[in-house]
Design a binder for this molecule. Structure first.
Ligand code: IMP
Length: 181
């Protein structure tokens, strides 16, 4: 059902809050199972993943430290520039550590591909990726996130940390902007 938001754009709900929270718990259970008995470094990709990250880490059942990696996104556009720029680097080395990267969306895959290559060069013992959303039809490079919350169609979404020109991050659900608004 459409609902209105700031700027009075119509946002349709694609993934309701309850479903998001269920799936986030399931992802955390899968990761906890796979890394049983190990300590991990959980990396939050800023800015879009901060809401997902803060929810998922509270359901992880293992010792963990948190790191933050800032990368530039689309700016104010709805299409990828294809350029990835690191705006904030990790505080600690990850050599020999078990690392899980948490991303909001894999769209063209350029961002996650760049991140994984950059982090792999730092020689972690394990490097896995978890993306809340995945648009398989939009992929331009061969990346395959190890954990995926939801596969979605090739459409522009907002909410739950994900923005359009910096807005809509505070919505508790994933939505899309109705055409014509
Ligand atoms: P990619 O490099 O094309 O895979 O895009 C990755 C990044 O672009 C994500 O981390 C998001 O920040 C942003 N992005 C991709 N699709 C969307 C969308 O539908 N809405 C908002 N941001 C998006």
């Amino acid at each position: 059902m459409p609902t209105s938001d700031e700027d009075s754009k119509k946002i349709n709900i694609l993934i309701p809050e309850v479903r998001l929270q269920q799936r986030v718990q399931e992802l955390a259970q899968e990761i906890s199972h796979d890394f049983k008995g190990k300590e991990i470094v959980a990396i939050c990709i800023l800015k879009g993943s901060f809401v997902f990250f803060s929810d998922v880490i509270r359901h992880l059942d293992m010792p963990m430290t948190c790191e933050f990696l800032g990368v530039s996104s689309y700016g104010n556009k709805m299409v990828s520039s294809g350029e990835v720029k690191v705006t904030l680097d990790l505080n600690e080395p990850i050599e020999g550590k078990h690392v899980v990267v948490f991303e909001d969306i894999v769209d063209s895959g350029l961002t996650l591909n760049y991140i994984m290559n950059t982090l792999r060069a730092r020689k972690p013992a394990t490097l896995k990726s978890c993306s809340l959303l995945f648009k398989p039809d939009a992929l331009k490079v061969n990346v395959d996130p190890d954990y995926v919350g939801f596969k979605i169609e090739n459409q522009f979404v907002v909410g739950y940390g994900v923005d359009l020109a910096g807005k809509y991050r505070g919505l508790p659900y994933i939505g899309y902007i109705e055409h014509g608004h």
